[in-house]
Design a protein around this ligand. Sequence first.
Ligand SMILES: [Zn+2]
Length: 634
Amino acid sequence: MASFCVAILGFAQKPDVQFIDKMAFQEQKSVKSKLAFVESVNYNETDFVYQRMEWEINPDTLFVKGEITTFFKSKIQNLDKVEFDLHQKLTVDSVIQNSKKVAFSHIQNKLTVTLSETVNSEQLDSVSVYYHGVPPDTKSGAFTKTVHNEVPNIWTLSEPYGAMEWWPCKQSLADKIDSIDIIVTSPEKFITAANGILISENVSNGKRTMHWKHRFPIATYLIAVSVTNYSRYSNFLELGDGRKIEILNYVYPEDLEETQQKTPVTTDVIALYNQLIGEYPFATEKYGHAQFGWGGGMEHQTVSFMGGFNFDLIAHELAHQWFGDYITLGSWHDIWLNEGFATYLTGLSYEHLLDGVWWPVWKRANVENILKKPGGSVYVKDTTKIGDIFSGRLSYSKGAYILHMLRFVLGEENFFRGLKSYFNDPLIANGFARTSQFVKHMETAGDTTLTEFFNDWFYGEGYPVYSATFLPAEANSTKVILSQIPSHQSVNFFEMPVPVRVYNFTKTDSADFILTNTKNNQEFVIHPNFKVADLKIDPELWLVSKTDKIVKSETQFNFNKMVVYPNPFTNSVSIRTAKNSEIITTEIVSVDGLLLKKTEGNNRNIDLSTLPRGVYIIRICTKSSHFEQQIVKQ
Ligand SMILES: [Zn+2]
């Protein structure tokens, strides 16, 4: 029965690396407007504690009318004005403080409200802004109308600086709003999906008013509404202690039947994340899906907006509720804290659910995606380059694989303990995090330092390209010589435990070993219970790496004694041979076979200072053997 399910669901559930690139591309589209956005210095003068948004939205017309009441605490003495981000295309009708109209200016997308009385530090006050207008068409899709089955749908996607295009807000990555109410009135036939829980729904005079409340801190870009003729249904996850989590689905009526088949798996994924990381942070309210007219998904807090309901997208957007929403990136350099984590949690869903059949496929797809190019770091060096931030290959795939490799390096138990401890850190819960904070939790969990690991894999670029030579040494012993060439010059050497699997002649028997690789051409002796006929590096894809050559040596002599070092080198290489073995010629050849240098005689030090950086082949002939190896000049 289980395999039957997989066969039926196969096409929809198969991990698709193009999906990762597609999602990255779409998230990139949504982020365009924000890079031109400069945070106001006045942000630091107030702490927004509560916002009540009342909107009139009719999906037939792209138009918004609203009243936004903001409760703020002053963080300075004698605060005399409050600033909001609000696009110039929207018109402010009036601003009220304590039932009285107050003065305001609206210039260059900033709404500045002059308070009638100054507010002291730690004092709470509020203002209400009344406004209306047609949100600008900035291509960022912040407030958009699309049509499905001839019915209009107005939906929002603010990530993270598009909010000002449809409401007066504070677009900060440093101040979450502690709690919100969203009240939307629309023609009776339309239904509104939004953050939090629905506390009332009233229909009168042909209009429907829906009131949503959310009592968790929320980043401005995660506040969203979508209005259309939704069908509604719920799935529930029983938590085992009498409590349950509601998964509230708002879907297009024409897709209801199909969607009802696809969303129940959400409960399995929540249960899995609960177990691996910690309980769904907004369990007392709900999780939800709202279908919208865009190809990707967006992890709005407690209500992911979904372009479709594939397993990948369900698992990815759900994962963001833990990493992205509850813990939000504190800087665009650290986008992997959102996207790498959501991608890896999707991988963990493939590992634990659907009989695990797609887990190897997910791993292979992501490794192949990363190996497409030799360089690029997960750390985003230049945050003005949108393509670098939303790189599917680096922020999503390689970010996810950093977590997978950490799991291998630290061990299963330590890794998940570290992840849980990061999730439970009161300094970042419901707030913002940087990579250094995550690293600290993992170092503590593993009782180790990860400086080298993050220098190589996060700040550095590329991956190791391994070669191995194996030869029988004694009875039941095999010698393995492991070498690596980093794909990018930013990393000298990847210090990693390297899993190898060896096989007997008939491939009926195999044994696994982990080689702690700390230097090049390192020799290891392993003891399988059979004569080794073949060797494979990293058969379970724990690492981002390529395998270049696996050599089975019949004679121990050549490979045991002939060593070219150092490799990689800077100016020259040295050659060590067996005792009494004289070198006759040494040749340096380019990778495409061009002879670049030749020396005759028993020359043990070869000067290569005039060669440009790159990969070469050294060929050494002695009376009894011919030796060939790749060397890299850095
Ligand atoms: Zn994402």
